[in-house]
Design a protein around this ligand. Structure first.
Ligand code: C2E
Ligand code: MG
Ligand code: MG
Length: 633
């Protein structure tokens, strides 16, 4: 019997179908194209078997019926080839969102199936030898079929080469392999009519696609049964491509204590949760990381309802599962259009999470346009800073500090700025905090310090009566293990006497890295530099800080200076602080002094150093030198 290969193909297809349909699928556009190819191929194999049976019954069955079956099989073959081509087209162009494009697309499709009428009209001949069981069809209808199919196959092949950069290489190879197998099968069948292997080759092609990327398993997380991160990207790419709005709720598990079960415990926790999420209306559940689940709703109302349900269910912040104690935080993005891709959406959620916008008050945070706007401007500022560091657009300004004891300007504070590409000056408040968050401050800090050392080496400001330059250090720099050694290396490189350097640190509430901070301070102090406590009078203003850390100078913040004059309580506190600071033998700098009244009052209070716009704004090094030369003469 000549239907052995076809039957094998049929069984294979049924197996694939079983595995395919029994798994949860994303129901993507590309998946539906695959399903169309799949079903067409299935009918193709079925029709192949039917036409073999029909040809075996020549003489017994009505000849029109036999022709119809045989020709339908031929038509189905061209359709598989056509849908193979469309499968590639859909992978390349998944945007068919306007009516015009869709109409054109349909017209092209109609044109492409027009030649099939040739198969239906053309004569067809059969060969059947009941002795050997050999049978096949031949004649004009068969030749037309070969021509049509070959055109599609070659087009598909060429498309995968021309547009290779737009396809994943695995996808391109798999599709090419399918096409080559097909051409070989067709050639073999053409020259050896006895072997009916074309439809089996079709099945092999479908199998190749299945094994390479259409297997729904690729999108599933096996432990929890949720979709995985890969699936998330596929789904969101398609949604954004088709301009379809959706909502997401991201659930973040902040695991605080893990007992013995560790990793496994997290999986169990996730699996438990997963079961729960699956019951929410119209949801698709994705496991993004070990500690993050994302619920996607194509219908926004379902999302809003689910927020309500989740809020009612997770009534306490702190939950316990076995040995695991965890916090659940919910970040709700009602409108997917605040960003433009799945990747950005995850970034936004991460951004909100890291910056903890609103999460302390309520476990549910609803993300809005503003958050996205802030993230984007931070991202562009980050780029701006990166560019500035790479193309030497970091500049250091100097603000003179007046010594009331010496009656001259005896030091200065180095203050960083960057220029953007258009030459506009960007103040440090716009990028320091950001640089601290993403770690860029380490590189920026070294650049600033090099520039200060360069300035000291080439301008020798000590010749004009300047004792030292104050350089701001961020707490992030201070808890960096290699800070001291790197900065000592830089001082040595420029041959700087450490007496000329003073580092300013702002007190930090966090005790993280405290040991490293003290170690760095001690190493640098032993080398010969001094430290100031910056912005005293803001934030915590913990007096212990002054006692516990080896500071030489305390800098009073301008707000503290100002409130001294118009607030009795502040006056009392500052008087006490001043007495203590002086008692400890430390010096005081008052920042932000803008008027002569302030200046005289502070001078009368015996404040040793005064800094502010009253004397000068921060200046570029040349202007600064000029200022010092004139005023210290
Ligand atoms: P800061 O260290 O407290 O510096 C003092 C700030 O007050 C400077 O702002 C200065 O220009 C400003 N200022 C000085 N006199 C007056 C005044 O009379 N009135 C008013 N209203 N303001 C005055 P700037 O340069 O914008 O720097 C802001 C902050 O950025 C600094 O505060 C410091 O925390 C940080 N920063 C600046 N340069 C660096 C740096 O190189 N590294 C690090 N880590 N942080 C820096
Ligand atoms: Mg400062
Ligand atoms: Mg300050």
């Amino acid at each position: 019997m000549n239907i052995f290969t076809q039957s094998c193909g049929l069984v294979l297809m049924m197996l694939m179908m079983y595995f395919y349909l029994s798994k949860r699928r994303l129901k993507l556009f590309s998946e539906s194209t695959y399903l169309i190819v799949f079903y067409t191929a299935f009918f193709c194999v079925l029709l192949d078997i039917m036409s073999v049976i029909a040809i075996m019954n020549i003489g017994k069955w009505n000849s029109t019926l036999i022709d119809a079956i045989a020709k339908l099989y031929l038509v189905s073959l061209t359709w598989v080839a056509l849908f193979g081509l469309l499968y590639v087209v859909h992978s390349l162009y998944s945007k068919f969102d306007t009516l015009l494009i869709r109409t054109r697309y349909m017209l092209v499709l109609l044109l492409l199936i027009l030649p099939d009428f040739g198969i239906l009209i053309a004569p067809i001949n059969y060969f059947y030898d009941p002795e050997t069981g050999i049978l096949y069809s031949y004649g004009p209808a068969t030749i037309i079929t070969y021509l049509i199919a070959l055109t599609f196959i070659i087009s598909t092949f060429v498309l995968t080469i021309v547009k290779a950069s737009h396809l994943t290489s695995r996808k391109a190879y798999a599709i090419r392999a399918w096409m080559i197998i097909w051409i070989f099968a067709a050639l073999i069948q053409y020259f050896n009519n006895k072997l009916l292997i074309v439809s089996f080759a079709t099945v092999i092609g479908i199998l190749i696609l299945y094994l390479n990327f259409e297997n729904p398993e690729f999108n599933l997380d096996h432990v929890t049964g949720m979709f995985n991160q890969n699936a998330y990207y596929l789904a969101t790419t398609e949604l954004y491509n088709h301009n379809m709005e959706f909502s997401v709720i991201s659930i973040i598990f902040d695991i605080r204590f893990e007992g013995i079960i560790q990793e496994e415990g997290k999986d169990i926790l996730m699996s438990q949760m997963a079961k729960y999420f699956f019951f929410l209306p119209g949801v698709e559940v994705f496991k993004i990381t070990d500690q993050q689940v994302l619920l996607l709703f194509k219908n926004k109302e379902n999302a809003a309802n689910s927020v309500q349900i989740l809020n009612d269910t997770f009534d306490s912040t702190l939950s316990k599962y076995g040995d695991i104690i965890y916090y659940t935080k919910f970040i709700y993005v009602p409108d997917s259009t605040v960003v433009t891709s799945g990747k950005e959406l995850l970034n936004l959620i991460q951004y909100v999470r890291v910056n903890n916008i609103g999460l302390f008050r309520n476990r549910f945070y609803t993300v809005n346009n503003n958050d996205a706007f802030r993230m984007n401007s931070e991202n562009s500022m980050e780029q701006e800073l990166e560019d500035a560091m790479n193309s030497d657009r970091v500049v250091v300004y100097f603000q003179p500090i007046y010594s009331t004891v010496l009656g001259r300007f005896s030091s200065a504070e180095a203050l960083v700025r960057i220029y953007d590409k258009e030459g506009n000056l960007i103040p440090p408040d716009s990028f320091i905090h950001l640089a601290e968050n993403n770690g860029m401050i380490l590189r920026l800090g070294e650049i600033v310090f090099e520039k200060v050392c360069e300035f000291i080496k080439y301008e020798s400001p000590e010749q004009y009566g300047l004792d030292y330059i104050e350089v701001n250090l961020s707490i992030v720099q201070c808890i960096y293990k290699h800070l001291a050694s790197n900065f000592i290396r830089i001082m040595k490189k420029y041959d700087i006497n450490p007496r000329h350097i003073n580092f300013e640190i702002t007190e930090s509430a966090s005790l993280r890295g405290r040991d490293t901070l003290i170690k760095n301070m001690n190493t640098l102090i032993n080398y010969g530099v001094k430290f100031s406590l910056d912005d005293f009078g803001t934030g915590q203003s913990n007096l212990n800080y002054i006692v516990d850390f080896p500071f030489s100078i305390i800098k009073f913040d301008k707000n503290m200076t100002n409130s001294y004059f118009d607030n009795k309580k502040a006056k009392y506190i500052m008087d006490t602080a001043m007495r203590m600071i002086k008692g400890l033998g430390l010096e005081i700098v008052s920042e932000g002094v803008e008027s002569i009244e302030q200046f005289t009052a502070l001078k009368d209070l015996d404040i040793g150093h005064i800094q502010g716009y009253y004397f000068s704004r921060p200046l570029l090094s040349d202007d600064f030198i000029k200022f010092i030369k004139e005023n210290n003469a």
